[in-house]
Design a protein around this ligand. Structure first.
Ligand code: ZN
Length: 184
C-alpha cells in the first residue's frame, strides 16, 4: 500500500468458471463475491436471454485514483482493487454482445433481456452496486465493490446501509448515494 493505493491481500482473477475479457487483480472479498456472481449472471442469462455466457466484459478493477476520478478527495474502492466495473456480456449461443452502454434503457428495464435482474442480484452479493442511474460516469458499466458503505439504486428503489451495518452508516451511505460521493 502506498499513498492509499495498492493491494495487500488479493488474487489474480484469470481462471474462473466464466472467461473475462482480460485478467485482473482483486481483493479477496471481491474475488469471493464475484465468483458467486458470475454463476448467477450465467444462470440469469440462461433464464432471461435463453443462453449462457461466453464471456463477461469489464473495464478494470485496480486503478490508483480518487472517487469519480477527481484530482482531490478520497480514494476510490478501485485504488485497493476492491471494485470492478462490468460493461457487458458475450452470449454463448450466438456470440451476441449485450452492453450496458448500448442496451441499458431505463424505460424498458422491466422487459426480458434488461439488465435489471443482474443489477438486483449484484445488490445481494456486493456492498455497493452502481449503474447508469447513479451518474453519467456510470453510463457504460455496473460498478461493484465491497467497501464499507452499502448502497444499491435501481430506478426509484434505493437501499442503503442495511444488513448488519451500524445504523449511522445507513445515513452516510444514503447521503453519499444522493450526493454522488460513494467511493466508486
Ligand atoms: Zn467502478
Amino acid at each position: 500500500m502506498q499513498n492509499g493505493c495498492g493491494l495487500t491481500d488479493g488474487v489474480r482473477f484469470d481462471q474462473s468458471n466464466v472467461p473475462y475479457s482480460s485478467g485482473f487483480d482483486l481483493s479477496c472479498g471481491m474475488a469471493a463475491a464475484l465468483y458467486w456472481y458470475e454463476a448467477e449472471v450465467d444462470r440469469l442469462a440462461r433464464e432471461h436471454l435463453g443462453t449462457g455466457l461466453a464471456r463477461i466484459n469489464h473495464l478494470g478493477s485496480y486503478a490508483c485514483r480518487n472517487i469519480n476520478g477527481a484530482t482531490a478527495g478520497r480514494r476510490s474502492q478501485h485504488a485497493t482493487a476492491n471494485a470492478i466495473d462490468i460493461s457487458g456480456l458475450v452470449l454463448l449461443m450466438d456470440g451476441r454482445s449485450v452492453s450496458v452502454l448500448a442496451d441499458w434503457d431505463r424505460r424498458v428495464r422491466r422487459m426480458p433481456g434488461s439488465f435489471t435482474p443482474l443489477h438486483k442480484r449484484a445488490c445481494g452479493l456486493f456492498n455497493t452496486v452502481l449503474g447508469p442511474e447513479y451518474n453519467a460516469l456510470h453510463a457504460d458499466h455496473f460498478h461493484l465493490d465491497m467497501g464499507r458503505l452499502r448502497a444499491c439504486q435501481i430506478g426509484q428503489s434505493i437501499r442503503a446501509g442495511t444488513l448488519g451495518f451500524r445504523p449511522s452508516m445507513a445515513a452516510s451511505a444514503e447521503a453519499a448515494l444522493s450526493s454522488g460521493t460513494l467511493p466508486a
